[in-house]
Design a binder for this molecule. Structure first.
Ligand SMILES: Cc1cc2nc3c(=O)[nH]c(=O)nc-3n(C[C@H](O)[C@H](O)[C@H](O)COP(=O)(O)O)c2cc1C
Length: 196
């Protein structure tokens, strides 16, 4: 039997956590990036498909390859952030299913249906991206997800000749609380949910 996690943890991961756009110049080690992934990978995916792939863009040279794809202020955000993760997915995720989901042979179902495979990769890769952000927050880091970029340009710059496709970007580091703007509200339960 599990119990609810502490209020402080819930605040850090959900209710008090902000999306950050400005970053303190405090580095994020490779070890921390590995810890985030090692936590996030346990979140559920359909048929245990694990389609998410992550490219951590850290060096100046790699960031410069990313800049031409970015819209508006996102370039400044990437320049300032210690690390920008390209949350991607592997279009051929199903190649790994015999190992990841030995209970039932699901590979042919995806192999023969590209539309279904692509949707599964996008849905589950996005879910895993969300697990990734919550894992980062639970380790005391801040995140800044971004969709304002041209996916095709990122794919051309980093994933050409591979089966990886970019989904969204996520800056990771220690956010500058002083630069936060007032928080937007969220829908009330009555607006967003129905119980039938
Ligand atoms: C998928 C996704 C894409 C986003 N794209 C951008 C972006 O391109 N640029 C940006 O500055 N913020 C972007 N945001 C940040 C959102 O505006 C922000 O998370 C939202 O307003 C909630 O802010 P809060 O967490 O501080 O309450 C994005 C967020 C998500 C989840």
């Amino acid at each position: 039997m599990r119990t609810a996690i502490a209020d402080g943890a819930i605040q850090q991961i959900f209710t008090e956590a902000r999306t950050h756009h400005s970053w303190l110049q405090k580095p994020v080690s490779e070890d921390v990036l590995k810890q985030i992934y090692e936590m996030a990978k346990w979140g559920p995916t359909s048929a245990n498909s694990n389609p998410m792939r992550i490219l951590f863009v850290k060096s100046k040279a790699a960031k410069e390859k990313l800049y031409p794809a970015l819209m508006g202020s996102n370039m400044t955000q990437v320049a300032e952030a210690p690390v920008t993760a390209v949350i991607a997915h592997d279009e051929k995720f199903y190649e790994y299913l015999p190992e990841l989901f030995p209970a039932f042979d699901m590979k042919p179902m995806f192999e023969g249906n590209k539309a279904f495979a692509d949707l599964t990769a996008l849905v589950n890769g996005t879910l895993q991206g969300a697990y990734f952000m919550l894992a980062a927050r639970s380790l005391g880091l801040d995140v800044g997800p971004m969709a304002g970029f041209v996916n095709a340009k990122v794919d051309e710059a980093f994933f050409k000749g591979t089966t990886w496709k970019s989904n969204f970007l996520c800056n990771i580091g220690y956010g500058d609380d002083a630069k936060l703007y007032p928080r937007g509200p969220r829908h009330d339960f009555e607006v967003a949910c129905k119980i039938v």
